[in-house]
Design a protein around this ligand. Structure first.
Ligand code: HEC
Ligand code: HEC
Ligand code: HEC
Ligand code: HEC
Length: 193
């Protein structure tokens, strides 16, 4: 009896406090494992050919360097939080992309961490769907798909316009007006009919 009560208590506390901070970013390769089959719509393949998958590389362009210089940012834009907040996944949040030092990267003992971190460069799946630690298991994903679990209760966001405009806004140094309908069509990765 006590045990049941404890379980219920813990469960309701979790439910009460469930917010963005409770989940951590897992990186695009985790999603890739299950979302690359052509018969299911190959969401990974579509994403990887789009501009979001190149957003980190963009920070290494001459244009990016010039923008950063003009803004008085010291060092490379690909290492600057002012740029990474929109050009990487989960910057500044639990499990999100981090700038690792050259020494850290050079140490082979850190190879795994480095590799994982690289899967969070770019605007990955979780930039729009939310940090994946709470929903990435097959059982949970199927539960959401079947309507048995509410996505939001495990950190899966509905990628509505408000999610896009956390990045597509006037704080972007190259801001272009954002037309949600048109832009969503450009990134579409639905299940096949
Ligand atoms: C272990 C396998 C697995 C992993 C890992 C996984 N998914 Fe899924 N996901 C599924 C399955 C299975 C479904 C149900 C639809 C289907 O069969 O493709 C699904 C459905 C979804 C849906 C639709 C949910 C709905 O409302 O119907 C989204 C969005 C999604 N996944 C995003 C992601 C993202 C983002 C990641 C990485 C953080 C991820 N998935 C990781 C297996 C997985
Ligand atoms: C984490 C920040 C972030 C979020 C969230 C985000 N984007 Fe983006 N988006 C970017 C960045 C950065 C680029 C530019 C990438 C580049 O050119 O290297 C971009 C580029 C694009 C492009 C390509 C524009 C072109 O010129 O072809 C489209 C389309 C787009 N986003 C649509 C969306 C939509 C729709 C959403 C929401 C469902 C969204 N984005 C959410 C950061 C974001
Ligand atoms: C508030 C989010 C945000 C921030 C911060 C941000 N970017 Fe971007 N960046 C975007 C988006 C969104 C795009 C896609 C085009 C657009 O709407 O601006 C983009 C596109 C770009 C492009 C491609 C040029 C183009 O016309 O598409 C470059 C280069 C770039 N950003 C450099 C930077 C640099 C350098 C920084 C840091 C000083 C930075 N960005 C900070 C969101 C951001
Ligand atoms: C720029 C934002 C953005 C990114 C990045 C993104 N998605 Fe999505 N995703 C969306 C939007 C918007 C929808 C449509 C939601 C709707 O219509 O309810 C969607 C729908 C889906 C669906 C459901 C398809 C359907 O037909 O219902 C799956 C599965 C999915 N995304 C998986 C992924 C995976 C896996 C990745 C990374 C490889 C990814 N997404 C990257 C915004 C994004």
């Amino acid at each position: 009896m006590t045990r049941v009560l404890v379980v219920i208590l813990v469960f309701s506390l979790t439910a009460l406090t469930a917010g963005e901070g409770d989940y951590s970013y897992v990186g695009v390769n985790t999603c890739k494992m299950c979302h690359k089959k052509a018969e299911k719509g190959d969401q990974f393949g579509i994403w990887s050919k789009g501009k979001h998958a190149n957003a980190f590389e963009t920070l290494k362009s001459d244009e990016a360097v010039a923008i950063a210089k003009e803004k008085g940012i010291e060092g490379a834009p690909s290492e600057a939080g002012e740029c990474l907040v929109c050009h990487a996944t989960g910057w500044g949040k639990p499990g999100g992309y981090e700038v690792l030092s050259a020494e850290f990267i050079a140490d082979e003992a850190n190879a795994k961490v480095v590799k994982k971190n690289n899967t969070k460069a770019n605007v990955g799946c979780e930039s729009c769907h939310g940090a994946g630690s709470g929903y990435k298991s097959k059982k949970t994903m199927e539960g959401i798909y079947n309507g048995e679990i509410e996505g939001a209760s495990v950190g899966l966001w509905t990628p509505a316009e408000e999610v896009c405009t956390t990045c597509h806004n006037e704080k972007s140094p190259t801001y272009k007006e954002f037309d949600f309908e048109a832009m969503v069509a450009k990134i579409a990765h639905p299940y096949p009919e």
